[in-house]
Design a protein around this ligand. Sequence first.
Ligand code: FEO
Length: 409
Amino acid sequence: MKKIKIANGIHMLTMNVEDILFEGIWEIANGVTLNSYIVQGEKTAIIDGVINWDGVPETLYANLEEIGVDPQNIDYLIVNHMEPDHSGWISSFRKIKDDFTVICTEKAAKMVASFYGEDKIRVVKEGDTLDLGKGKVLSFHPVPNVHWPDTMYTYERETKTLFSCDMFGTFGRMGDHCFDDELTSEETDFFESEGIRYYSNVMATFTPSLRKAIDKAKALEINIIAPGHGPVYRKNPQKIIDDYSRFSLYADGAGKNEVTILWGSMYGMTKKAVNFVEDILKREGIKYNKLEMPLESESEMVATVFKSAAIIIGAPTYEYNLFPPVAAALNELGRKKITGKTAFRFGSYGWSGGAEKELKEIIERNKMNWGFIESVEFEGAPKEEDLKKVEAGILELIEKMREKIVNRI
Ligand code: FEO
C-alpha cells in the first residue's frame, strides 16, 4: 500500500489488486487499484475504504499510523458507494473502534445495515455538509446508479477536490506514478485503455446515469479528481471528464477508428471467410481487432467491441441457431446496453440455417438497435461468389463506420 499526500490535510492510500475476477466476473489482466482517502481537520474522515481480504484492513491501519493517523482517531467513515471493494473493511474497523459515524446516502444506509449490521449512520442528501474544522468542509452530492443506486460524490471545498469513487475510475495497476502529471505518454495510453475496459465492463449499463454524474461534476469547481480506482487528476481533471463523456458515446454506437471481428468457427468453414476479411481490411488500411469466441475473455470482448466503430460477426449456424459462444457474447453486450453499433455478419451453415434468426432475436430482445448491413450466409465452405458478397459487405461497413468515429482529442 502506498501513502501519498494529494493536498494539505488530504492523503491517498492506494494498493494494487491482482489475480481476482472483479465483481466475481471480470478478468483484470492488468490489475486494479483500490484508493482510500483521509481528510484531516480537527476531526478526521476516511473516504472509501478497502476490500475485506486477509490482512488488507490491517495493512490499512498500519499505513494510517505511518502518516500520523491513529485509526482510533477516525471520526467519520464516508461511504461514497457500498460495493465491498470499498466498504468490505467496515466490520473489521468496528472491532477496533466503536465510536465512529458512517456517512452515506439513504440507499447506501440500508445496505450498510444489511451487509455489516451498522446502525451509527448519518444519511446525507444533495448539498449537505460536514465541517471537519481547520477549513476542511465536505459536501455530498448523490450520483445514483453510478453504478449502484447508493452512490454519491464527496467534495472538499478548500482544496476543490472531488472524491468520485467509481466514477472517473479505471482498471490498471499503478506503479510509481499516481498523478496525471507524472504519467508518461505510455502510461496515459494504458490508463485510457484500462478506463475503457472499466467503463465497458462495470459502468456501461448505466450510461444515462453516468451522463448525469458528468453534468454534476461539471457544475462543481474542481482542482483535483480523486477516484476510487486509478490515478488522481490534479493537472487536468477535465481530461478524465472528457474521456468519460467520450466513453458514453461508445456505449451508444460511436467508436474509435477501428473494427472488431467477433468470430467463431466449428470446423474452419466460417474461418476461411474470416481470413479473407482480414486480407480486405489490411488492403483497405483499416485497423482491426480479432476476437475468437469462446477463447477470448469476457472482459476483453466487451471492452474491444465497446470501443470499435464497427463490428464484423463471423459465426456459423449451430443446431438451428447462432454459434453459441458468439450468441453468448452478443447477449452480454446487450446486457451491458452497448447499442447502436454498425455491424455485418457472415457465416456457414450445413443442413439448415438458423443463425440469422437468433441474431435478430438477440438484437431485438436486448434493444441493441445495431445497424446491420445485409448478412451473407453460405452452405459449407464459402465459394467465390460468397466471398464477393462478403467483400461488398465489408466495403459498405467501412463506408458506414466513418460517421461513427470518435477518437481521443
Ligand atoms: Fe469500485 Fe462499484 O465498486
